[in-house]
Design a protein around this ligand. Structure first.
Ligand SMILES: *Cc1c(COP(=O)(O)O)cnc(C)c1O
Length: 489
């Protein structure tokens, strides 16, 4: 190969401008198909893994394939074999329909590829993220001038960061010597309804899963603080070192908010750290109508909040906020000689977070906020909560029992005819049948879960495009499914 000639791979890695435009047109057409009419894709699709693997494994990468053809093929597979979370009747887990500015942000970020690990390399990106951190820290009741934080891949990474920060705050020797430097085994507390990421985190921090003490919830599904207090006292008596309580503000199951003021009082009295996992519920802070639900959250030492849920930005975007801004540096501080220094006051994320190389995660939130304004977020959150409240009242009118108060967009419900005379195992079988019948229509998607052990159906609205007619449609599909299940029972 002559050194002056462009190598062959170049036309694939970086095609000529006219060819790029063509490929972008194909991609835009695929994007428009899912944005214009997500309902055209069935929520009940073939999950024959053999068929999917045959299609994927048809690519053996032995020779180049026409780029337009590959894009079309990948588009078709994305359409055919993904649960379309942007569908207005996907009443599922916390996966949103993404905003268009959020989609554009990911495209721009991929092309400019700013390295957000070091301020020196990407001052705009780092400062834009810093402005988001300051905005949300202030909203949650921290002083933005002394608070700090960063973007994460999601709630799991944010919760992991919070656990490491709390360990370093409670046991300064933990950072350098690790757990073996401690005379007592650290333990921490969260409600039995808290997120499962905490178990993995206990393991990752070297504490082991049993270091997570799951506190019983009351009938209201909130952490029982009397039980919490007893568990802490017992653990101290038995030689353990309680260091952290994780309050959940919006449980994954049912949107339940733990009593944050009571937990804060216990943490102060016991000299323990307090973390609030508001991955889901934190978005309510942007709604003047609902922010009161989060009263007391500002007493936390650290907060987890996921924009990739109710703020409708594409995955992956979480945030970790700390009240005391120095804690991140104390936990993660490191000095890499090969990274150019940033000016005084610049933020070097590689020195204050788990990530090193870092994507400009915050642009999707920055761009959506800048274009739409925060009032639009208030409206969107209110709309999603209103849809859940409408669903709850429709269900109640037609004989269902709503178990939570449509808390933060989630409706958990049961049927008296299912529950009567059956144990939990038999109830779960019937709720699974009902949810499967609804989902099999391809026209709506819901799921089941257990609330403190009790089987329920669960419908969640994480879609700013869901309308009243979609909620009404779900109620009809549920009524039909129940009739069918009973006619066979
Ligand atoms: C979603 C969620 C998490 C996990 O966040 P990921 O973004 O999925 O990593 C943690 N806690 C709560 C309460 C959540 O709702």
């Amino acid at each position: 190969m002559s050194a002056s000639k462009s190598p062959a791979f170049m036309k694939y890695f970086l095609p000529a401008a006219n060819q790029r435009r063509k490929l972008l047109e194909i991609s835009s057409r695929l994007v428009e198909q899912v944005l214009q009419k997500p309902e055209q894709f069935s929520l009940a699709f073939s999950t024959d893994s053999g068929e999917i693997r045959r299609r994927v494994e048809a690519y053996d990468f032995s020779a180049p394939v026409n780029a337009g053809k590959v894009l079309d093929d990948v588009g078709e597979m994305l359409q055919q074999w993904s649960l379309q979370c942007g569908h207005p009747r996907y009443f599922g887990l916390f996966n949103p329909a993404p905003t268009y500015p959020g989609i554009l942000a990911d495209y721009l970020v991929a092309a400019y590829n700013p390295q957000c690990g070091a301020w020196h390399h990407s001052p705009f990106a780092v400062e834009a993220e810093r402005s988001m951190v300051r905005l949300f820290a202030g909203e949650f009741g921290f002083d933005p001038d002394s608070a700090s934080g960063h973007f994460t891949s999601g709630g799991s990474e944010a919760n992991t960061t919070a656990a490491l920060v709390a360990l370093c705050a409670a046991f300064p020797e933990y950072r350098d010597i690790g757990l073996r430097g401690l005379s007592r085994q650290p333990v921490f507390y969260a409600s039995g309804e808290s997120h499962h990421s905490l178990l993995k985190i206990a393991q990752q921090c070297g504490l082991g899963r049993t270091a997570l003490r799951l506190v019983a919830v009351g009938d209201d599904l909130k952490m029982d603080c009397t039980v919490l207090q007893h568990m802490i006292s017992d653990d101290r008596k038995n030689g353990y070192a309680p260091f952290l309580v994780v309050a959940t503000a919006g449980t994954t199951n049912a949107g339940i908010i733990d009593p944050m003021a009571d937990i804060a009082a216990i943490c102060t009295a016991e000299r323990m750290q307090m973390h609030v996992d508001a991955a889901w519920g934190g978005a309510a802070i942007l709604s003047p109508e609902y922010r009161g639900l989060l009263a007391g959250i500002g007493a936390a030492d650290t907060i987890t909040f996921d924009p990739h849920k109710l703020l409708s930005v594409p995955m992956a975007a979480g945030m970790l906020l700390t009240r005391d801004g120095s804690m991140l540096d104390k936990t993660f501080g490191i000095d890499a000689a090969y990274v150019p220094d940033s000016p005084v006051g610049g933020w070097d994320n590689y020195q204050r977070s788990l990530q090193f190389s870092r994507r400009f995660i915050g642009l999707k939130l920055f761009l959506t906020l800048a274009i739409a304004g925060r009032q639009s977020y208030a409206e969107s959150i209110n709309h999603q909560f209103l849809m859940a409240e409408s669903l709850a009242s429709l269900l109640q009118q037609s004989g269902w029992q709503v178990i939570n108060e449509a808390s933060l967009g989630i409706v958990c419900f049961t049927h008296p005819g299912v529950d009567a005379g059956r144990n939990n195992a038999a109830r779960m079988v019937m709720y699974e049948q009902i949810s499967n019948k609804v989902t099999a229509t391809g026209d709506a998607w819901i799921s089941t879960t257990r609330l403190a052990g009790r089987p329920v159906l669960r419908a969640c609205i994480t879609n700013y495009r869901t309308r009243l007619k979609d909620v009404q449609r779900l109620e009809k599909l549920l009524a039909r499914a129940v009739r069918k299940v009973f006619s066979r029972a």
